[in-house]
Write a protein that binds this ligand. Structure first.
Ligand SMILES: Cc1ncc(COP(=O)(O)O)c(C=O)c1O
Length: 400
């Protein structure tokens, strides 16, 4: 193990930051829309008190998004909400006044005609868009970066979408999808933003707020002191952190953003220290496919740079450790099946709490016997071949 397995930048948190686009009211609109979808159920909040004790912490909770609408990841929360908002805009109605039944009705289809949604994805977001298009009896075209896992392609195609695996990295696949959208008059529903493209990614982030909204309700009187959020473009982390700031104000949990070394665009942006988002390029090669993004979402970055305390970049084996730790819990703790992009925060926290090389970050973050940690397992077993390799046969094991 080397000190370079985990690098971090500490960030000065600006107190009293508020994010009107991610207010409680906006979260409630998203929650209410999601509740209208048949089969809606809050995902479980797993409790791992024994693991917290082993680490020397007070308590540990993991919101388990592998249960989200049977789709194995949180992503559909954003895609479904953005598609719904898009239809509402075209229908000139307010999302607060309609529900899923109405939007999927033959009457609406007749009004709007045939629509094609297009996006680029590592898997989870595309599956959410394909699922939403299928429910609306509309079309979806999905572009994937090179090396996309066969199982992830299959689960997108299972919803009737057309899926192209490109030989591009994620960010270039996004550009290609954007060109196709323009050429064909399709709706680009992308989970990241750029100049002139902000409404849909904002709606996607608002849709993600259902996840922390449920978590806060499930926690009741328990107030988390720390949150670890894994990031690709940083939309999920931004949405969660904005909502936490709304709910807890000055007492918002200390937040650490976690990325893989090969795609650590938010870490690099924080390190640059000029307040601007910075890009990383290349293959973005990591087992955490959902986090393999080299260009920060500017909406997410604006929130993270004000409200996140630490930006962490780490080796892939820490995601492997997270998967194994959750899969084989200490007796009495809840068990969680996590895919590669879901549990990297657990691997990171395990390293910080166990390895004296990382005492400084432990102290800087104030991790100790009073700490109550909240994390989000954003993905279940979405690539069963790799899952077995990692969890059963020890691929990406911690190096001694
Ligand atoms: C499972 C999973 N977790 C986390 C993320 C990161 O989300 P974001 O790109 O908004 O940072 C993704 C993105 O695709 C994902 O699929």
């Amino acid at each position: 193990m080397s000190i370079n397995d985990l690098k971090y930048v500490l960030n000065e948190v600006q107190g009293n930051s508020s994010y009107p686009l991610f207010s409680r009211e906006e979260a409630e609109k998203a929650v209410s829309f999601h509740k209208s979808i048949p089969g809606y159920k809050p995902t479980p909040l797993a409790h791992l008190g024994k693991l917290a004790e082993y680490w020397g912490l007070k308590d540990f909770y993991v919101k388990d998004e592998s249960y989200r609408f049977g789709l194995n990841a949180f992503k559909v929360l954003g895609g479904s909400y953005a598609v719904a908002k898009l239809l509402c805009e075209r229908l000139d109605v307010d999302i607060a006044d309609v529900d899923f039944d109405y939007l999927t009705s033959p009457e609406v289809h007749e009004k709007l005609g045939d629509i094609t949604f297009i996006t680029a994805t590592d898997g989870n977001h595309g599956r959410g868009i394909a699922w939403a298009a299928e429910k609306l009896k509309q079309n979806a075209v999905i572009y994937m970066p090179k090396g996309a896992a066969a199982a992830r392609v299959k689960s997108i195609e299972a919803h009737g979408a057309t899926c192209h695996v490109t030989d591009l990295n994620y960010d270039d696949a996004v550009r290609l999808a954007c060109e196709e959208a323009e050429k064909n008059g399709w709706y680009m529903v992308q989970d990241t933003a750029w100049e002139g493209y902000v409404d849909i990614p904002t709606w996607i982030m608002q849709g993600y707020m259902t996840m922390p909204y449920e978590a806060v309700e499930q926690l009741g009187d328990v107030k988390p002191t720390h949150v670890f959020l894994q990031a690709g473009v940083g939309a999920m982390a931004g949405a969660v952190l904005a909502f936490m700031s709304e709910v807890y104000g000055d007492e918002a949990p200390i937040t650490a953003v976690v990325e893989p070394h090969s795609a650590a665009c938010l870490y690099e942006s924080a390190k640059a220290g000029d307040g601007k988002p910075h890009t990383v390029g290349g293959d973005l090669d990591t087992i955490m496919a959902g986090l393999a993004c080299g260009e920060p979402n500017p909406i997410g970055w604006d929130i993270l740079k004000k409200s996140a305390r630490a930006f962490i970049s780490c080796e892939d084996y820490l995601a492997g450790n997270g998967m194994r730790i959750l899969s084989c819990p200490i007796l009495g703790d809840d068990r969680i099946i996590a895919g590669e992009s879901g549990p990297v925060g657990i691997g990171v926290l395990d390293l910080i709490m166990n390895d004296p090389n990382f005492t400084t970050i432990k102290e800087e973050l104030g991790l100790g016997s009073d700490s109550v940690i909240l994390m989000f397992n954003t993905e279940g077993n979405t690539d069963p071949v790799n899952f077995k390799e990692i969890v059963w046969y020890g691929k990406y094991l911690k190096r001694q």
